[in-house]
Design a protein around this ligand. Structure first.
Ligand code: NAP
Length: 270
């Protein structure tokens, strides 16, 4: 006899009172609709709900190590670029979800491979990888695209983002907004020095998805490198090589069936 298993949904929220209250209401509604809402992460969950802002969605992704389960975000008073629902749309969402009337936006992630001697470290992000120095002095980064040396970049650092990350920190650095249906990697300079002393590129570079950016930092005693993947920060000393590329691992974000990226850009950014 076929087992009649409940469909599981997980909910993660930030600490704000409105998010806590939204969680309470959403849990009640989902349970009434026949779903099992459990605390914490269940790998069998068919959906992970994140209540808060984009930051909460990013934190949950990192905390759960980028699971393949689909996500949906409920925005409780933040910018909410990844977040699709407003707290007053919970009934509408459950109705449409039950009818299969949502679309899945597959977002590519970006990953960094950091080599120090024989040790290798990995970081990945949905938005971006940011590489900066950790002093107030200029950071010098020898940058290549695949094996072609481009230049010794001098400035605060480099931001390398996925299409989905183009509207985040990248946009504040005057990088280009990229439609996430395009498969590309964007490299954006952070406070580049372009003087008679140092020549650094000053606008974003767009690369096909199968290209990688390699960086050999100029190492000096007492000057390490910070690598931030979304908001996950790590510090390294004496890095030999950093390779940043798009990953085939995707984040699946649920959207209402008539979701339009450019309408979202217009309402949130322009
Ligand atoms: P935060 O510094 O508290 O907030 C960063 C802001 O960026 C929030 O308003 C957040 O939206 C928004 N955001 C995040 N991802 C976005 C996306 N893909 N498109 C448009 N806006 C987006 O940091 P956080 O909340 O932990 O988020 C981490 C992200 O902050 C990083 O991945 C980086 O992109 C971004 N950041 C931006 C700057 C800058 O703009 N100068 C500096 C550092 C980091 P919500 O309000 O909905 O959370």
């Amino acid at each position: 006899m076929a087992e009649n298993r409940k469909r599981i949904i997980n909910i993660f929220e930030n600490d704000s009172p409105v998010s806590k209250e939204t969680r309470r209401i959403f849990k009640q509604k989902l349970e009434l609709a026949g779903y099992a809402v459990c605390d914490g992460f269940d790998p069998e969950a068919e959906l992970i709900v994140c209540i808060g802002g984009d930051g909460q969605l990013l934190r949950t992704l990192h905390q759960l190590e980028f699971p393949s389960n689909p996500f949906v975000g409920v925005n409780t008073g933040h910018l909410g670029f990844f977040q699709e629902l407003h707290p007053d749309q919970l009934d509408e969402f459950i109705f449409l979800y039950n009818q299969g009337r949502c679309t899945v936006q597959k977002l590519k992630t970006v990953k960094a491979t950091i080599e120090i001697g024989s040790e290798v470290f990995y970081q990945k992000g949905l938005n971006e990888i940011v590489i900066t120095g950790d002093s107030s002095q200029l950071t010098h980064l020898n940058m290549s695209i695949d094996d072609s040396f481009i230049e010794k970049f001098s400035g605060d650092g480099l931001l390398i983002c996925s299409p989905a990350g183009s509207t985040a920190y990248n946009y504040a650095l005057r990088g280009s907004i990229v439609d996430p249906r395009l498969d590309l990697l964007q490299v954006t300079p952070m406070a580049p020095q372009n003087t008679a002393a140092y020549r650094s590129f000053t606008s974003s570079i767009l690369l096909p998805s199968n290209r990688s950016v390699t960086i050999h930092p100029e190492n000096k005693e007492g000057k390490g490198i910070n690598i931030v993947a979304d908001s996950t920060h790590r510090h390294y000393d004496w890095i030999d090589k950093i390779t940043v590329e798009l990953s085939d691992e995707t984040v699946q974000l649920l959207r209402f069936e008539h979701y339009d990226f450019w309408r979202k850009v217009k309402s949130k950014l322009l």
